[in-house]
Design a protein around this ligand. Sequence first.
Ligand code: UDP
Ligand code: MG
Length: 328
Amino acid sequence: MKLSIVVPCYNEEAVLSRFDTTIRAALAGVAVEYELCYVDDGSADGTLAGLRSLAQQHRGTTRYLSFSRNFGKEPAILAGLRAATGDAVIIMDADLQHPPELIEKMLDLYRLGHDQVVAKRCRHGDRRMRTALSRLYYRAVNTWVDVELTDGVGDFRLLSRKAVDALLSLPEYHRFSKGLFAWIGFDTVTFDYRNAAREAGETKWRFGSLVNYGIDGMLSFNCRPLRPAIYTGLGLAALAAVYTLWIIGAALVGGITAPGYVTLVAIIVGLGGLQMVMLGLIGEYIGRIYYEAKRRPHFLVKEGHVPVPAAAPAPGHADAATAGHRAG
Ligand code: UDP
Ligand code: MG
């Protein structure tokens, strides 16, 4: 069998060569045929140069693609999956937070017939606040979406060819991998590991991007978040009806006193806020339709490396079209 390792890299100059050495050592230990598929996600540092030289050094087992700009980790993973030719694919971060020694275990589980072998990181060493927030978030999100999302489960996983092809058959522009992995299903097995600290460079996550990622997760699957809008609307209408009857009744009994200024303002402001939230929700969905309707490619490749399989032409540079074609 052949194993492909897909590695999205964004400004990973500091850790890239260390990653490459470590991963090759680990792969030598498991004795399978392998290839490393690096995807440079429009890095602004020396990542691309590093990839070029790695590809020079290890011809035949290294391929790389470089995006025309930073498109994000999701498109980078997609590009890597498209480029991967192995019977099984492992997706790994470039920062060595995903321990390469787990590859062996993943392969063992793959050989037992599982299509997705998922490494679940425990939250050991995370700040307590972050852990609590994550837990809360997952509880909320799982009541809204159809598929089960698990805390600590990320992109670090092995996928069989069947699972990779299933992922590649999902054409949506907005890709929320975590959910897509859960959505495709197949025979999935999960095991725990302890996340290592980042070796070098720095994380690309800011608090704001985490919040946005969270909202994405909520909205990526179905329209169920719109349901509370309907319930709230119905509930408020019923309340308003009762209140109106009450005011009319009071006027009939005690005459008109014309108070209620504060009530009025509170109601207007409160309802305005609620309507904004609901409009925002609907807007998000419409925005998604807009993006999907444009049918833009997920990424553009500025430089792509075609490795040297036995009877293929010499390595050359592929453009976006060929890269996509080769993969498809
Ligand atoms: N990454 C990427 N594009 C981006 C951001 C990140 O390809 O726009 C890659 C990054 O190079 C790394 C992986 O995604 O290999 C995870 O990123 P990071 O370590 O910053 O995330 P964290 O581990 O903190 O969740
Ligand atoms: Mg990381």
